[in-house]
Design a protein around this ligand. Structure first.
Ligand code: EPS
Length: 388
């Protein structure tokens, strides 16, 4: 399975072509729209989320509610596009060269993108580098979730911190299957609503200062059978694949699995998870899960736990110093409409991205021509594990 996205933040829409999904998978637009809606939530978002009401349209590959095995085209249309008629027009006669954007924002793709592609209008870069693109990656991830539910895989997430504000409730005190139920109630996707007022005050203060905030979120995946991913080649390692995909999310600066960086500071006896045997279920459970469910690049049957750090959004309403790329004179960076923080949204985007990584790995192992065949192969593997 592979996919490609296209589309600009203020263009007609965001699009994905997904190839290699098995035929016969039931897919409903509602299964995707529910996650598109979750991506739009979270306190600290800017004006754009009031304009958009993201929903998927299937343009190919799905007929009468089921995949056909042909490439699936997903579209998420931009309502805001109608407010940018000339600015995003493909026609030369509608160009407005006096309105080009030439003062790159520190921390954004603006400057590097202009240097790399020899462009003088930052808009040519920012329209594509914008995190708006994640809308269609969430659509692909939600399609992946439709597949993964047939294997009993469940993916949830929450926000551990925004700036210096930490979620005071530990995930150990929550049923792993109820993480989203708890987090979706909080305005910042903490595990409880007790700190919502503190979060609101903190984010409002940053908004008033023209500042932005990053944070840390965690994805918890349950129901993954042992042996997904591979130890034999670097490209097959499941942790490596999650890392690449999550670092490919706008503004993500770090990814950890299990103890992550903490594993470097403790002796081996406090890092590795001892192996037991459950003769009734024929499984090898662990008393602890410091590995975060992945050993040697493969799932080990324990929940997969991945954290990622998102930097603060680079558009500051009190802008940082920059240089005009035409005159080379110092100027304050251009201010575009943006968010104070999008960490709550990022946690839901990360769920979708992890879903796609896992769907790809499952289809590699169990085949991807038809759901009947894929599920038969999966069942055969479960029986093999039982007989082991
Ligand atoms: C986003 C849409 C964007 C931003 C944000 C994410 O909308 P606009 O630029 O029209 O206000 O709200 O993008 C960024 C912060 C960024 O730096 O790219 C979305 O749909 O998630």
């Amino acid at each position: 399975m592979r996919y490609l996205t296209a589309g600009e933040s203020h263009g007609k829409g965001l699009f994905a072509i997904v190839e290699g999904f098995p035929a016969g998978l039931e897919v409903r637009a509602e299964d995707i729209d529910v996650h598109l809606k979750r991506r739009q939530m979270g306190y600290g978002r800017g004006g754009r989320m009031k304009i958009e009401s993201d929903a998927v349209e299937f343009l190919s590959g799905i007929r009468w509610g089921k995949t056909m095995g042909s490439p699936i085209t997903l579209a998420v249309w931009n309502r805001d596009n109608k407010n940018w008629p000339k600015m995003m027009s493909p026609h030369a006669e509608e160009a407005c060269p006096d309105e080009i954007f030439t003062r790159p924002r520190p921390g954004h793709a603006d400057l590097g993108g202009c240097l790399k592609r020899n462009m003088q209008d930052v808009r040519n870069v920012l329209e594509r580098s914008s995190a708006r693109e994640t809308a269609v990656r969430v659509a692909v991830g939600s399609l992946s979730r439709c597949l993964l539910r047939h294997f009993g895989v469940d993916i949830q997430s929450y926000v551990r911190s925004i700036g210096t504000l930490n979620c005071a409730l530990s995930v150990e005190s929550v049923d792993l299957k109820a993480i989203n139920k708890c987090a979706d109630k909080s305005i910042v996707r903490f595990l409880h609503t007790v700190q919502d007022d503190d979060a609101r005050t903190y984010i409002d203060q940053m908004r008033n200062e023209g500042n932005t905030l990053g944070g840390v979120f965690e994805v918890v995946i349950t129901g993954v059978v042992p042996g997904i991913g591979d130890y034999a080649s670097y490209g097959g390692k499941l942790d490596g694949r999650f890392g690449q995909a999550l670092m490919g999310m706008q503004a993500v600066k770090g990814v950890e699995v299990g103890l992550g960086f903490g594993a470097a500071h403790a002796p081996g006896s406090q890092v590795h998870d001892e192996i037991g045997y459950d003769s009734q279920n024929h499984t090898f459970p662990r008393q602890s899960n410091r590995a975060g469910g992945i050993e040697g690049g493969m799932s080990n049957g324990m929940p997969i736990v991945i954290r990622a750090a998102k930097k603060p959004i680079p558009t500051l309403y009190t802008p940082l110093q920059s240089v005009d790329i035409r005159s080379k004179e110092p100027f304050a960076a251009t201010v575009e409409r943006s968010d104070v923080t999008a960490v709550p949204a990022a946690s839901t985007i990360a769920e979708a991205i992890c879903a796609t990584v896992l769907a790809e790995a499952y289809l590699e192992k169990f085949g991807s021509d038809s759901m009947d065949e894929t599920l038969r192969n999966f069942q055969g593997y479960i029986e093999q594990l039982q007989r082991f």
